[in-house]
Write a protein that binds this ligand. Structure first.
Ligand code: HEM
Length: 503
């Protein structure tokens, strides 16, 4: 989802079935750990700026070491920055750790059915099986024609921008345009019907979703759930948005069922996520019903749109700042794709040959993961590293600590895509892929990662093959600020393009 799930700062539930009455195994006590000095009553909450939370935590990790504590909303939170230990904790799901319960409660209260991102235990395992069936490699290949169609619309939109006679009219708001691209790609696949924000600038459902997604973030972090006592106009509009989106998704489900009924050939290679999920839900013993499918359509939009657009924005910014890497990406794209007369002939196999471009994706996600922290919550008394934690304790995982440290990656601050290829193996530790986890890890690793990689490579290849980049910058020329919301977004990036003369 937001790959950044949020710390649950509500006090642990003493009635939780999972809370064990046994003493935790011996270890250092959480209370005894170092950490920023808490203020009376509010703890460290007021020392954190929400939009810079990842940076605040990184600064504290530099000061207090790989395991430290912070106090948020009256709850002690264990913070971990050691990537190997983080990997071990992520693998201990769903038995020993869960996602924090707050986001699930907020979404349920808003009227959103549980999807695989927030489900837990047996319900999660069933949903995960259904979702994974719709992300199997042959399935993702079946989505390619729909993705190509969206990439062609992005091409048309950027051609119009490149053709603007006045320079100032040709600036592209990079993050906004890439969001249109990923909204059209993912919503199209999740609804089973084309969505076109690239051409029309507006889509009714997307306008509702634009109200819902930020509200999940705000409410998950709210100190007081005021909306339970008094509904402001914004809260009423939110209720209405959720109602409308649920209604629309139910209609998409009904239409998809009709298509599968009318055209049984679709059952062999369903051309979109919705039909693939419905088929997986209908399999004997899946334990899934239409509510689960509706919850997961919602989840795909929430998990798949911002993440992919933001990862693309960061990569294009880094490529522009590293002209040698950019030039090599363009040579590679030309070599692989120049034999094709037009984009319409591109295939997933072509994109699979773009090794340098893929290395650029991994390298930009190392430096700019869209989820710089993840949060889990102990389901039972356990030990993290050498620290005893009680059931219910939130554990905040800093995903970008070891990955940007010279102790692990040579010349860690530099953008060097070759470290992900055999030629640059001296620039990466042997366990590099275990340390850099932009898609998370363990049984809950992002199921959409192959689809996301395909989308990113497709959009970047289209850009490199058809345009000369004139500039990617911010209005003041400074590197873009990292702004933490649902994802860690670059602020103010804009791009200027020129049509490329084809050889
Ligand atoms: C570059 C793009 C993306 C990034 C960086 C990303 C990252 C992540 C991360 C960090 C997690 C949490 C994993 C964990 O807790 O270990 C996650 C979970 C998830 N992602 Fe992605 N994601 C991306 C794209 C997508 C796409 C395109 C989809 C689907 C259309 C998707 C669907 C999901 C789902 C359903 C989960 C929850 C899995 C579970 O809890 O079992 N993601 N993603």
């Amino acid at each position: 989802m937001p790959p950044t799930s949020l710390p649950d700062v509500s006090p642990p539930d003493p009635s939780s079935n999972h809370a064990s009455s046994e003493q935790p195994a011996p270890g250092r006590r959480l209370k005894a750990l170092p950490g920023p000095r808490p203020w009376p009553v509010v703890g460290n909450a007021l020392q954190v700026e929400l939009h810079r939370m990842h940076q605040n935590l990184a600064d504290w990790a530099a000061e207090h070491g790989p395991l430290f504590k912070v106090t948020l909303g009256g709850v002690k939170v264990l913070v971990v920055s050691d990537a190997e230990l983080i990997g071990r904790l992520l693998r201990q799901r769903p038995e020993t750790f869960r996602r924090p319960s707050r986001m699930q409660a907020v979404m349920q209260e808003m009227g959103i059915h549980d999807g695989v991102f927030v489900a837990e235990g047996e319900a999660w395992a069933r949903q995960r099986r259904m979702v994974m069936a719709s992300f199997a490699p042959q399935q993702v290949r079946a989505y390619f024609p729909a993705l190509l169609d969206v990439a062609q619309r992005l091409h048309a939109r950027w051609t119009r921008a490149a053709d603007q006679p006045r320079v100032e009219d040709g600036f592209i708001d990079l993050q906004a345009d890439l969001m249109r691209f990923t909204v059209d790609a993912i919503a199209g696949l999740a609804f089973g019907t084309a969505v076109n924000t690239l051409a029309s600038d507006g889509d009714v459902i997307q306008r509702y979703l634009d109200k819902i997604f930020p509200a999940i973030w705000r409410r998950s972090l709210a100190v007081l759930p005021y909306w339970r006592w008094v509904k402001l106009p914004a809260d009423k509009a939110l209720d209405d948005s959720v109602r409308q989106v649920n209604l629309a998704i139910r209609q998409f489900v009904a239409n998809a069922r009709m298509r599968l009924h009318d055209d049984p050939a679709r059952r062999l290679a369903p051309p979109n996520l919705l039909e693939a999920m419905l088929l997986a839900a209908d399999a004997p013993d899946s334990g899934m019903n239409d509510d689960d499918v509706v919850g997961n359509v919602f989840t795909m939009l929430l998990a798949g749109e911002d993440t992919t657009a933001t990862s693309l924005s960061w990569m294009l910014d880094l490529l522009w700042r590293n002209p040698d890497a950019l030039a090599r990406a363009r040579v590679e794209v030309d070599q692989v794709l120049s034999p094709k007369a037009s984009m319409a002939e591109w295939t997933p196999e072509d994109l699979a040959q773009l090794d340098w471009l893929e290395a650029c994706v991994h390298e930009s996600m190392r430096l700019k993961p869209v989820g710089p922290f993840n949060v889990v919550e102990a389901l039972q008394d356990t030990v993290v590293g050498d620290v005893s934690v009680r059931a219910g304790t939130p554990v905040l995982l800093l995903m970008r600590h070891d990955t940007v440290s010279d102790d692990h990656f040579a010349r860690a601050a530099e953008f060097l895509p070759q470290r992900w290829l055999p030629e640059g193996s001296d620039l990466a530790p042997t366990n590099a892929r275990k340390l850099s986890m932009p898609f998370g890890g363990g049984p809950r690793i992002c199921p959409g990662r192959f689809l996301a990689l395909l989308e990113i490579k497709l959009a970047a290849a289209m850009l490199l093959r058809h345009f000369d980049i004139q500039a990617i910058d911010t209005p003041d020329g400074a590197p873009p600020v990292e702004h933490m919301a649902l994802t860690m977004v670059p602020v103010g990036l804009r791009m200027r393009l020129k049509r490329r003369r084809m050889a």
